[in-house]
Design a protein around this ligand. Structure first.
Ligand code: ATP
Ligand code: MG
Length: 482
């Protein structure tokens, strides 16, 4: 790997240097060829294993933990920072640079009472979901590999230490700005340096002046709106949308107790530590705005409140626009700029998801039936999913009216197939792959990963990975202890 060290060199007061603690008996548990190609890497090898396990120094790498803070479940935590993630620098790849971070590499100055570790279970989950979201077309950090070890790590029971090698366009979070703002009593100097760095690195088309700052914030608002619209459309619940887990470039970031919906449920809560549902599936759009407001507050030293408020007001319409675009593609509704169609289409989509919820239907599998639907026919496998077929027929009548005629039904169905995935990372599938990997069998993990790489294609050999969960695996709720 070839590194540049822009963050390390230009923002020396935004991190603490720290070396990884190393992992005993490291071994590859997972490797992403797709992510590897982004760094120009081909095969995993022994030297790379020892370097990424933190047992050997990586040439050209610096090792540091970033400082940030953040609002966690609504309350401000002034001093967070990378407590278990060590960044090596920005690695060069054919298409650009990627921050490389070893998540679970050992204690850092920000570990507080934590051990600085991740476990096999959480590391595999982060790997699988990063790659799954990417192949579904959702903006996300990536995962190069998971390295397992024999290190005993105590969680609710004794587990084994592991590292996820995370690749990110940026590790700068909303919380970095909050730390800069609150730790200096709201002075402009530190916020400005961080904003200028962020703009130079990730928004290079903008200038670091008043107009550039304004446009930059608009673009952050838009990227966040797009991200959350794509979560809502794909049926993804993040679970811990604290501001320290919000990426400034709008990527899905930090995967803990996340879940893809099985049965469609607006108030689905995937995080065991969130009994009140602050981060429930249907709350995510509103929380996105709440988090942007926290960011806006931290930017008041360099951007006027009027400008910030004007940009924040664009969030909801942007989110609705992106959500509508994605859902229209899923359902095959023609795109249109006609504003009067907007609320009709939203109502039609809302009526569909309400039916799913009322009839306890699986979100992904039901949508997949659009790939075989002939809207002019009386019977369909889509209709067969519904218990209350009268309700479905009523909906279909409205849908048909909106749809008009389809010139080429084969093409239309193929387009639906490319918008409605067959394979998502259901929690129960992740659990099965993890349980096997913990016993030394990585075959189920490999198999699941392969299916998730082409989620829109049908593979006869992966039929069992595209089913409703068994009773024990439906709507599994995860704990935060990762
Ligand atoms: N086992 C641990 N040891 C030390 N610090 C930890 C540990 N687990 C979490 N933390 C720290 O607690 C804070 C909140 O944790 P959170 O789960 O959001 O992040 P994370 O999953 O550790 O990392 P990231 O946000 O980089 O993906 C972070 O500062 C994180 O570094
Ligand atoms: Mg985090």
């Amino acid at each position: 790997m070839h590194f540049k060290q822009d963050f390390f060199e230009q923002l020396p007061d935004f991190y603490e240097a720290v070396m990884p603690s190393g992992l005993p008996s490291p071994h590859w548990l997972a490797w992403s060829d797709d992510a590897a190609s982004m760094l120009g890497l081909t095969q995993p090898n022994e030297q790379l294993l020892q370097q990424l396990a933190g047992n050997q120094r990586m040439p050209g790498a610096t090792y540091y933990a970033q400082i940030y803070s953040g609002h966690q479940f609504g309350g401000y935590s002034p001093q967070l920072g990378d407590g278990r993630s060590i960044i090596l620098g920005e690695a060069a790849g054919p298409q650009g640079y990627w921050d490389v971070a070893l998540k679970g590499a050992g204690p850092t100055p920000f570990s507080r009472h934590g051990d600085g570790r991740a476990v096999t279970r959480s590391a595999i989950r982060e790997f699988l979901v990063s790659e799954a979201l990417f192949h579904l077309g959702v903006p996300t950090t990536r995962a190069l590999a998971v390295i397992g070890s024999e290190l005993p790590v105590w969680r609710e029971t004794l587990e084994k230490g592991a590292i996820t090698v995370r690749l990110a366009r940026s590790h700068i979070r909303f919380g970095h700005f909050e730390h800069s703002y609150y730790s200096t009593g709201g002075s402009a100097e530190r916020v400005k340096r961080l904003a200028d760095f962020t703009i130079r690195q990730h928004f290079p088309h903008l200038d670091c002046d008043a107009a550039g700052y304004r446009q930059w914030f608009v673009e952050v608002v838009e990227a966040t709106a797009r991200l959350i619209a794509s979560w809502q459309a794909i049926g993804f619940a993040h679970g811990v949308m604290n501001t320290d887990n919000m990426s400034i470039v709008g990527d899905s970031f930090d995967f803990g107790p996340f879940a893809f919906l099985d049965t469609f449920k607006e108030d689905f809560i995937c995080n065991h530590s969130d009994p009140e549902g602050r981060y429930a599936f249907g709350q995510q759009p509103g929380i996105g705005l709440w988090n942007l407001q926290c960011l806006a507050q931290a930017l008041t030293p360099i951007i006027s409140s009027d400008v910030l408020l004007a940009a924040l007001r664009c969030y909801q319409p942007m989110l609705v626009k992106h959500y509508l675009q994605l859902m229209r593609q899923k359902l095959g509704l023609p795109a249109t700029e006609d504003e009067t169609r907007l609320s009709d289409d939203l109502a039609l989509i809302g009526a569909f998801t309400t039916m799913l919820e009322q009839q306890g239907l699986d979100y992904t599998l039901t949508l997949r039936h659009f790939a075989a639907l002939d809207p002019s026919a009386t019977h369909s496998t889509l209709r067969d999913q519904f218990v209350d077929t009268a309700a479905f027929d009523h909906w279909l009548a409205q849908y048909r009216q909106r749809l008009g005629t389809i010139p080429d039904i084969g093409l239309w169905q193929e387009q639906r197939r490319q918008q409605n995935p067959q394979y998502i990372l259901r929690n129960y599938l992740a659990q099965q792959a993890i349980a096997a990997a913990e016993q030394g069998d990585t075959e189920p993990l490999q198999r699941l990963y392969q299916a998730l790489r082409t989620p829109y294609d049908t593979h006869a050999e992966f039929t069992d990975l595209a089913c409703r969960p068994p009773a024990w695996g439906e709507g599994l709720i995860m704990s935060c202890s990762s």
